[in-house]
Design a protein around this ligand. Structure first.
Ligand code: GLN
Length: 192
């Protein structure tokens, strides 16, 4: 099992640490050749406008879009969630996303840097709460009928899944708790 981590920009190294701790091979992905060798991909937090730009300048946007269309499992966190969404509000006009999950998200929807916060979430299927770190997080404003909601914060969905695309508006890699990465890896091994 090889779970690549998109490493153009942002918080990719901590995702690699979480996956490696689970015994999963987690190479950095920066090129289409590297992408072709993975079974799944994590798209980290960072800055979605920059990530969108770098995906295009690294000739990765097209290959990654095709791979997602062919069913490549992806886990988008924070900026990665924005990149996965069908609809981006308050984005830059030239910013692009893959439409891998039918949600409308507003960039920086919880406010800017000062509005970063942590919260204990009840996650569907988990016995104990998951500590979630939100940093200039996108807020989900619309959820399509096909989308499964796995956790909410103050009534707003923050962890969602549609087919092979899972997204979190927070940073699951910034605590030592590897349960969400394990959940993603399990979903690759036994797709629903
Ligand atoms: N606000 C960032 C964006 O718009 C996301 C922040 C994050 O990934 N922590 O891309």
């Amino acid at each position: 099992m090889i779970v690549g981590v998109l490493a153009l920009q942002g918080a990719f190294a901590a995702h690699q640490d979480r996956l490696t701790a689970l015994g999963v091979d987690a190479p950095a992905v920066r090129t289409a050749d590297q992408l072709a060798r993975v079974d799944a991909l994590v798209m980290p937090g960072g800055e979605s406008t920059t990530m969108s730009h770098l995906l295009r300048t690294n000739d990765l946007f097209g290959p990654l879009g095709s791979a997602i269309g062919d069913g490549l499992p992806v886990f988008g966190t924070c900026a990665g969630m924005i990149i996965c969404a069908t609809e981006v509000l308050d984005g830059r006009p030239d910013q692009r996303s893959f439409g891998a999950i039918d949600v409308g998200v507003r960039r920086n929807g919880y406010g800017r840097q000062l509005k970063s916060f942590e919260s204990d979430l009840d996650v569907s299927g988990f016995d104990d709460p998951f500590r979630a770190v939100f940093i200039r997080a996108p807020i989900v404003e619309r959820v399509g009928d096909e989308v499964e909601i796995l956790a909410c914060h103050d009534g707003v969905p923050v962890l969602l899944r549609q087919r092979s695309c899972t997204v979190a508006s927070f940073h699951p890699e910034l605590t030592p708790d590897g349960r969400l990465h394990a959940m993603f890896v399990e979903s690759i091994e036994s797709p629903s």
